[in-house]
Design a protein around this ligand. Sequence first.
Ligand SMILES: O=C(O)[C@@H](CO)OP(=O)(O)O
Length: 206
Amino acid sequence: MSGTLILVRHGQSEWNLKNLFTGWRDPGLTEKGHEEAKEAGRKLKARGFRPDIAFTSVLSRAQVTNDHILRELGQEDLETIRDQALNERDYGDLSGLNKDDARQKWGEEQVHIWRRSYDVPPPGGESLKDTGARVWPYFLHDVLPHVLRGETVLVAAHGNSLRALVMALDGMSGEEIVKTEIGTGVPIVYRLNADSTVASKEILED
Ligand SMILES: O=C(O)[C@@H](CO)OP(=O)(O)O
């Protein structure tokens, strides 16, 4: 066995609450979102996790979530690497639109395909496959080496950048990933083997 990889989606954002496609737009967290992020930190502290390094995106909702977690752990000065590769999927022309309005305009099925399919991109944006094509190489090159050295690594990111990561780690098919949702502020803890396969996975839900 090698190290531990902790994935956390940011707490609820203002645009999650307003039901808007967000992607690379940069709204802040709601009160509930701040609380969810702190709770993620408390859960990790209660289980004795102490990250050696943290990674996050260049979007504030993920960075603030990372800050809350580190503060709860008493590790606010921990080295944190920010990279665009961990950003949310780019929702292209859908960014800023209301998801219910989009369903009215294009139909329930089409909107679900854009939101959850593996390889159908929304107009002007990234499919999950496109998102994985930047998240996975970054993970392999920058994040995984820390885990394989036996470290505990925190990644605070986004619903779809984490879906891409989980899909690859769990070896899911394009059909399986359609049903996979990542909850806001819910830590997902992987222990990886020395050959980088998954030894165990635990979702720290209430
Ligand atoms: O709007 C977004 O960027 C994402 C995450 O909030 O939404 P969805 O769950 O529809 O992929």
